[in-house]
Design a protein around this ligand. Sequence first.
Ligand code: GDP
Ligand code: MG
Length: 171
Amino acid sequence: MAKSPEVKLAVFGRAGVGKSALVVRFLTRRFIWEYDPTLESTYRHQANVDDEVVAMEILDTAGQEDLQQRESHMRWGDGFIIVYDITDRGSFEDVAPLRSLLEDVKKPKNVPLVLVGNKCDLDHARQVGTEEGERLAAEMACAFYECSACADEGGAVAEAFHEVCREVRRR
Ligand code: GDP
Ligand code: MG
């Protein structure tokens, strides 16, 4: 039997945006309210993406690493999710610098990337408009999803993870 393609996926974004909650939601379809924010973990997961079994390795970064650690995570990954929190404008402002660093580390390759605006269940506290997310994603030429790790009704979380796999497989 042919070996499943392997995809190494790293999740970036400011501490507190919900990276761990999103990864856990994707892996278990559950939401865990409190997750050690200083923890960095990798997970192995087999996902069925467009009728193909993909062996994923997912790195959930802590979001507080120094530049050297961050660059080494970027070198490790094949595909990336950058997450911001729609209720935290600062986390949105962190996206562009992260993406520049990615480009620097990965050049001359163009980088499989998905942008996620998380916590869209907290619409009353929104600081970043949906159009702003869309515009930034268009500038970065990547897919964009607004989702919620705790109220993932439409399955947008899994869709975001699957889309990065597709991007990686297209290269
Ligand atoms: P990380 O530092 O990026 O890994 O963020 P965490 O996954 O640890 O989440 C930080 C905080 O945000 C925790 O208190 C979570 O319960 C909360 N959180 C994460 N995702 C969501 C979400 O989609 N909606 C809401 N309301 N809270 C969330
Ligand atoms: Mg975390």
